[in-house]
Design a protein around this ligand. Sequence first.
Ligand code: CA
Ligand code: CA
Ligand code: CA
Ligand code: CA
Length: 466
Amino acid sequence: MGAVQLTAAVAFVCLLLPDTAAQNLIKNPREQKTEHSLLINEINADNPGLDTWEFLELYHTSGHQAALDGYYLVFYNGNGNQAYKVLNLQGHVTNSQGFFLVGSHTVNPLPSLTLRPNTIQNGPDAIALYYGNGRYFEGIKVTNNGLVDALVHKSKKADKADTLLSVLTPDQDAFLEDPLFRSTDESLERCRGSDLQWFFQVAMPTPGRDNHCIPSSQLNASTVLISEISTVSTSEGLEFIELQGPPSTTLGDLVLVLIEGGAKEVYFFMDVYGKTSPDGVLLIGPAQSKTPVDLQFPQNASSPLFRAGPNAVALYLGNSSSFSLGTAASATNLLDALVYTSNRSTAPELLEILTPGRPIFYEDERHQQGDVSVSRCSCCSVTRDASAYALSSPTPGQFNDCPSKRFSQAISFCLHGADCQQWSPGSNEIQRVLAHSLDAQCNCGVSAVYFKGKVYLYWQWCSGLG
Ligand SMILES: [Ca+2]
Ligand SMILES: [Ca+2]
Ligand SMILES: [Ca+2]
Ligand SMILES: [Ca+2]
């Protein structure tokens, strides 16, 4: 449904897509005078082997440079509940994106404050951020005087830190930096849940960068999905298809299929097998790809592989013996599908078969120049839905480069129409319509996944609007 139809059907709708304003684990109104605040954003306390790659990431929610005068970082030992290290942040500033790193000199980017190896204890311990004139020194008993934010962490499930929890983060449990989560290193990253509350989850370390907040439960789910496609080869990079599945897992019984939109027929298919990376990614591409692929396109595959116009990438359970060139598109055993178009023409019948009720993904002119890919930015409960994708920089074999909450802002829309009784859209449908409408105006690649946070709908009666 286009924006024109929307305005005809709805009397008055305002959408508010709220800013990701500060909301610390610890809410201390006296310290929340400003709109933005400083948070403990990530910690990597424990490394495989010697702890030579520890770091702590602070983040200022303005997303800009911020002075850290008056702030103290205090590291508490869970055994005895006393401070084992205190850092006065006087004179320091975050970088231009709001990040501030403390850690080992081997961490890239280099932390602003470097620590000797094995400085940050693995837990059960705590790290607390304070502001004000409180006197913080090594050996101090744990306190919440001047507390801004805190994280109680551990590296063994059975570890206890009751005193630290009761003083620093009442009603929270200690967060586990599970050393078994990845075969390499992992960290604890601050993420926001669907209820908009903060929590920490174990994830791939991202020092000095946005955290990858794919819910662990979804990352560990057994489904395999289409993560990213790059449909154009240039000097910068070749075509590829990236899948997302459970981490470090051997995949099999999967078939990757390309379907031509007009004829609705299979024009390419291949069996998918191989082991996903510690982040659950499996990269499929040509043998000569600059980024090493986990699985090569067959030698007899045409090059370029992707065709112009409306087409689909589909992932099926099963094996390739069920497919042949010219097979009609089908939803039987279909795990995931992305229907996209490289020109403005659509393929409504193919959409109806593979992703019923969902929109087509419009690649744009920038995409044809090859420095842009189509990335899944809503992981991973949404399948067979092009609105889960956004245009992005290509990230073959890596987590996708998705719209960042850091640059978010609250927006509101008021849509006027004649009869509000006729159409009661869900917020997802409104997001899709608005994204399509915005993109039609700016041609800047806006899609529904740019809408973050909660959507509030305010309805006003039709009468009286004139
Ligand atoms: Ca770690
Ligand atoms: Ca350590
Ligand atoms: Ca980070
Ligand atoms: Ca990627």
